[in-house]
Design a protein around this ligand. Structure first.
Ligand code: HEC
Length: 311
């Protein structure tokens, strides 16, 4: 063992395998793990130190045992150590896998009587690794045929389709939990007190200059009535806040400043102001907004409201 894998190879090889394993398994982004996490450098240094210490201890023990051996035992040991690598059992075992040709002196017996203008042919055995691989391929063929053609396991196309379907479900799940992936198609009205409080905060920081703290409107329109210039309901309001109002009116697009989740909160807050009827509010602008996606049974009621409002 010492001969095939001497200490000056053993220590670096073990050390670098551990090093590479750590780099592989520890997720450290675009920087090497041992730079990102100093603890890893410390660990590696201690590991290297221990590795060297173990080698030193083992060789010291070997030394001591050598001195304790009888002369006969020493002779045996020296004999065992004197054989070259090519004579060791492990080497011969490995060699058997690769070559099975006869020694060159016996080639005469293998010579076939084929003779192509002087080029002759030997009848050597095939290399054992090759024949074993060949048998393994045949076995694989049977397993493959049974799996896909007899037992009907999904083939590549079906596997692809199954995985795509699963991924689609996973993406839907992810979208549900990832707050900032909402857009005006998927946005929903929030009602939790916590969201309302956050929405109010966003409103007070960004919007009151034009819409007044109570939403009654000054430069911007009244946000508390049923009339909307750009459409009411969570989807339209979310869209207006994200993309801004009509050109030149003063309502900018907030998508660069606010996160989608914040826009959802402030839009929900704005909608909660409906009907608060603040003092000196700006007169209604735009049309009364009717939610077309609402259940049909409610339509007559809203129609009525429209008529009343127009009178
Ligand atoms: C610089 C002034 C200004 C600021 C700040 C402002 N808005 Fe506006 N907002 C306006 C104007 C002006 C309009 C009308 C746009 C139009 O007519 O196209 C408007 C329209 C709107 C509308 C649509 C109203 C309707 O009737 O359709 C909503 C909703 C709205 N703003 C919400 C907000 C929110 C939420 C904020 C803060 C994040 C905000 N605004 C900040 C000026 C402002």
């Amino acid at each position: 063992m010492n001969k095939i894998f001497p200490v000056y190879l053993r220590v670096p090889v073990i050390f670098f395998s551990v090093f590479m394993a750590m780099e592989y398994f520890i997720d450290s982004g675009d920087r090497p793990a041992f730079l990102k996490y100093p603890m890893i450098s410390v660990f590696l240094a201690v590991f290297l130190f221990l590795l060297i210490a173990i080698e030193i201890v083992v060789s010291a023990i070997d030394n001591v045992t050598y001195h304790l051996l009888t002369d006969e035992q020493r002779k045996q040991l020296e004999e065992a150590e004197s054989i070259s690598i090519t004579e060791t059992k492990t080497y011969l075992k490995i060699k058997k896998w690769f070559v099975k040709s006869r020694p060159i002196e016996e080639e005469g017996q293998l010579l076939l009587d084929h003779d192509y203008d002087g080029i002759k042919e030997l009848d050597n055995d095939l290399p054992p690794w090759w024949t074993k691989l060949f048998y393994a391929c045949i076995l694989f063929g049977f397993v493959y045929m049974a799996k896909y053609h007899l037992f009907g396991e999904p083939d590549q196309t079906q596997e692809f389709e199954i995985e795509m379907a699963e991924a689609k479900i996973a993406v839907e799940e992810y979208k549900k939990t990832a707050k900032d992936l909402i857009d005006f198609e998927t946005v929903t009205l929030l009602t939790e007190a916590e969201d309302m409080a956050s929405g109010k905060k966003v409103f007070e920081t960004n919007c009151i200059a034009c819409h007044r703290p109570d939403g009654g409107g000054s430069i911007g329109p009244n946000l508390t009535d049923e009339n909307w210039i750009l459409g009411g309901g969570i989807k339209n309001v979310f869209h207006t806040i994200t993309e801004g109002g009509r050109d030149g009116k003063g309502m900018v697009a907030w998508k660069g400043t606010l996160k989608p989740s914040e826009i959802q909160q402030v839009a929900s807050y704005v909608l909660s102001l409906k009907g608060t009827d603040p003092k000196d509010a700006k007169p209604a602008e735009g049309d009364i907004w009717v939610d077309e996606s609402a259940p049909k049974t409610e339509t007559p009621k809203t129609e009525e409201a429209k008529v009343v409002a127009q009178n």
